[in-house]
Structure formats: C-alpha cells, structure tokens
Design a protein around this ligand. Structure first.
Ligand code: NAD
Length: 296
C-alpha cells in the first residue's frame, strides 16, 4: 500500500477542540453560549444514532443542545410551527432538521422555513445561492469537511482536476461549488455519466459520494491522486456486517497518493463542521468577529 491515510478522525478532533476553545472564550468574554437545535421526525434507526451523537458532541464542545424528537405522524403544520419557534429563540443559533423526513412531509418547504442565518446544514435555498455565487454563506457540513481535508493535505487546490461522483444537493453539488471556489477544474459525474472510469482517471482529486459499496476501484485512479470517500455503506462480509465506502479501499490505496478511510475519514468531519457552523452562526448573530482558525 502506497497511499497516505488521511486521518479524518484526528483532524475532526482537532477542529472540535478549536471550536470548544472559541466557545469557552465566547462565554467568558461575552456571556454567550452557542445553541444548536436538532429536530428528528420519526424513528429511523440511523437518524437516531446521528442525532444522539450530534447532541453529545454539541455538549462536549460547551454548547447548548436542544433535541426535538417528534412522532412519525407529525403534521407539516406542527413541524413548521416548531421551526418558527426555534427561528425566534435567541438562545438557538443553529437549527438542523434530520433528513430524510417521512414521506408525507415536504422536505424543501421545511428546509426553506429555517431562518437562513440559523441554517447550519447550509441547505436553505438562500445559502445554496450564496455558495453558488461565491458569497458568505452557511456551507453544507460534509462537503466543507472534505474541503478541509483536501486543503490540509494539498495546500492550494488551484488548477487541479477534480472529479466529484454524485450530484446530490447534500454532497455532490455543494462539493463541486467549493472545489470551483478553490479554482479546481471540476467535473461532476452521476448515474448517466459515460465511461466513468476514464473520467475519474483524469482526476488529481476524486470525491466519491454515490452510495454504492466499493464502486471506485484502484484501476480507475490516476497514480498519486487524492481520494476522498464520502460513502457510508453497510455490507455483509462473511456473515459479519461492516461499513465500507464508495471506494474499494484496498485497491485504491495501492495507487492513490492519499485516501480517506471508511470509517474514520469524512464521517467524523461532518459533525465537527456542524459544530463549527453553529459557532459561526452564533458569532454572526451577535456581530462578533468570526473565528478565523477553524478552516485551514
Ligand atoms: P444520493 O443518493 O442523494 O446521491 C447519489 C448520487 O450518486 C446521485 O447523484 C447519482 O446520480 C449518483 N450515482 C448513483 N449511481 C451511480 C453510478 N453507478 N455511477 C455514478 N454515479 C452514480 O446520495 P448522497 O446523499 O449524496 O450520499 C452519497 C453517499 O454518501 C451515501 O453513501 C451516503 O451514506 C454518504 N454520506 C456520507 C456522509 C458523511 O458524513 N460521511 C454524509 C452524507 C452522505
């Protein structure tokens, strides 16, 4: 194996420590505690795990955590009323509605009801537009975490060829915008892309966000490329369940210059960036200088 392993777990721990240090200073100097509200509708087991872990890390960073667990039958009106209450609550600086929502709820309507200044997931249409036009916005946590890892590993990304596999609003599209913002030449691939291995083979940076276990194999990768694996897939491995990414780690690590593992790569960065976004939202809400050492 030749690739350097990009340790997202360690980088995320460092980021969370920097956030916690800022939070402590905010409290000491201004008496302000950043607050994050997480709204979970229904009983999806994976979502419950995510919400629990977000709440725990929010508290560990010294922030206020407010969890709202609603029944799967919650009406659109009740959910919108809760969001309006949280929008008006001065102790809450970030609001996250855990996705996916049950089918009877309109995800776009719900996300766009969040005050854009409190939209720490960066999914509100206003934040999407601000990101797309290169203006100050709330940046979606998973792509932001990927960008931090790439900058940490490569320094300037200017002029590099980047291929993003996946065009979701949550990962693929904002990832492409961020890479463009860092002056990469960006190609977005998706389920209808022709000759995907050949396109991926041109890339200095590969970001895989597909949701297909071990789809990207080592023979697709340009030697020395940096590979960021966003995928989280549970597979059965000889009767044992385990997590794998969208990249076949063993073969890709033979060829790549650096690669994120799954687990322990992008995953831990997502929650750390959520905390960083909540802190940023809090400083903006209070007209205080934004922390400048959170992103490399
Ligand atoms: P999604 O299902 O919304 O989008 C998947 C994308 O992959 C689509 O744009 C589709 O066009 C593309 N695609 C599907 N099959 C393809 C193929 N054969 N070739 C090329 N492209 C193909 O998924 P998502 O929400 O963007 O998530 C993608 C993966 O990332 C999932 O495994 C998800 O669990 C994971 N994820 C991880 C984190 C994290 O914190 N690490 C956060 C969000 C998502």
């Amino acid at each position: 194996m030749s690739a350097e392993i990009i340790d997202g777990k360690e980088f995320a721990a460092g980021l969370r420590a920097r956030v916690a240090a800022h939070v402590a200073r905010l409290k000491a100097d201004h008496g302000i505690t950043p607050g994050l509200a997480v709204v979970l509708v229904g009983e999806d087991p994976a979502s419950q795990v995510y919400v629990r872990s977000k709440g725990k890390m929010t508290v560990e960073a010294g922030m206020k955590s407010a969890e709202h667990r609603l029944s799967p039958e919650t009406s659109q009106e009740d959910l919108l009323n809760l969001i309006n209450e949280l929008n008006a609550d001065p102790t809450i600086h970030g609001i996250l509605v855990q996705l996916p929502l049950p089918a009877h709820l309109d995800e776009d309507l719900v996300i766009n009801a969040i005050d854009p200044a409190k939209d720490v997931d960066g999914f509100h249409i206003l934040n999407v537009g601000l990101l797309g036009t290169g203006q100050k916005s709330m940046v979606p946590c998973t792509p932001l975490g990927c960008l931090m890892l790439l900058r940490e590993r490569l320094g300037s990304l200017a002029g590099l060829d980047a291929v993003v596999i996946g065009r979701s609003n949550i990962v693929g599209k904002p990832m492409a915008q961020l890479l463009l913002g860092d002056s990469c030449t960006v190609t977005i691939c998706h389920s209808k892309t022709k000759d995907l291995p050949q396109v991926v083979g041109r890339a200095d940076i590969v970001v895989a966000a597909v949701g297909r276990p071990q789809m990207v194999t080592g023979d697709w990768i340009k030697p020395g490329a940096t590979v960021i694996d966003v995928g989280i897939n549970r597979i059965d491995d000889n009767g044992k369940s385990r997590l794998v990414g969208d990249v076949d780690f063993a073969s890709a690590a033979e060829v790549a210059g650096a690669i994120t593992p799954v687990p322990g790569g992008v995953g831990p960065m997502t929650i750390a960036c959520l905390l960083a976004n909540t802190l940023t939202a809090c400083t903006r809400a209070n007209n205080l200088p934004e922390p400048d050492n959170l992103t490399p």
